[in-house]
Structure formats: structure tokens, C-alpha cells
Design a protein. Sequence first.
Length: 189
Amino acid sequence: MKLKMAKNSLFAILLRSPWWMSLLIVAVISLLSAALLPAAYVPFGVMGGFPFLVIGIMAGWRQMRAPDPARVAEALLRAGTLSWRDFSALLEQAYVRQGFTVTRLTSTAADFSLTKDGQTQLVSAKRWKAAIHGVEVLRDLVNLREARGAQQCSYICLNPLTQNALTFAQAQGVHLTTDTEIAGLIEHV
């Protein structure tokens, strides 16, 4: 059973926030404990800030390892100037580097079939530069995933999806590759 944190829980919000916000909460809890509790109970009050300390450390670690926004923007700009042949070659090299067995598909719904550890993932990337991404393309990808018995499917695009497409993707479990993931795929090739 996989546990998943609620998207809008306090800890999830703090994980997405700057690391120092969690440490500020720890400081406030510690100061309030020292000011309001009897001396014998202050350590117990201070311990109430421990989860926030852990979240602050986790957020700091993630933010320290996050790619530089300028490099992400540069990689996305580069991706937008590539031809399909060059972009697909970069993607293929990146997936192979991550340990996937890559098979190019001739389907209009997906461009790659990735296999790793017995799991299959379909990737649709040919419309990466399109201005509008609607539900139809995602529906075709989901139908192909079901027809081939693949466990996952991903959609790569530089421009945002329409609200209907975004809702459909979330409901059907389509992984939408983020800007940071796209930059990470093509930057190191």
C-alpha cells in the first residue's frame, strides 16, 4: 500500500514552500513553549516543532538539488527550436541513460514504449511544440495504454494543456512531464 500525502495538507504546502518557512514555525513553537509553559514542560512543547524541523530539512534538501530556473528555461528554449528528429533522438538517449529499453512506435497516439523492470510506459512527445493540447490526444494515448497493457503513459509538451485536457489527464493517470523533467531529459545528453 502506497501512502500519499494530501495535496493541500500543511506539510505538503510547506514542502513546496521555501525551507526557512518551516524553520520559522519551529522557532515560533519553541519561543511560545518557553514563554507560555512551565519550565518542566518546555521540552515537550519544543518537541511539537520537530515535525516542522523535519519538513524544513526535506524542503531544503529538495530546493538545494533543484535545477537552476535559468538552466531549465534555456533547455526548454532549446527544445522548442529542435526538429522532431533531433528532439526524439535526445529523448531516446535520455531514456536509455535512465536504464529503459526504448522502442520507437509508429502509432499516432504514442512515440515510444519504455520498458524497465517488467513495467511498460508509453510516451507521447511528437506534439511537444503544439500551442494547444486537447483531450483527444490524451484519450488516444490512454486507449493505446489499455490496448497494449502498459502500466503507465506520459505526455510531453512545452505549452500548457487546456483545462479539460488537464482534468482528463489527472482522472486517467496520465503523467504530464513537467518543464523541469523535460529540461533534465535533454540537458545532459
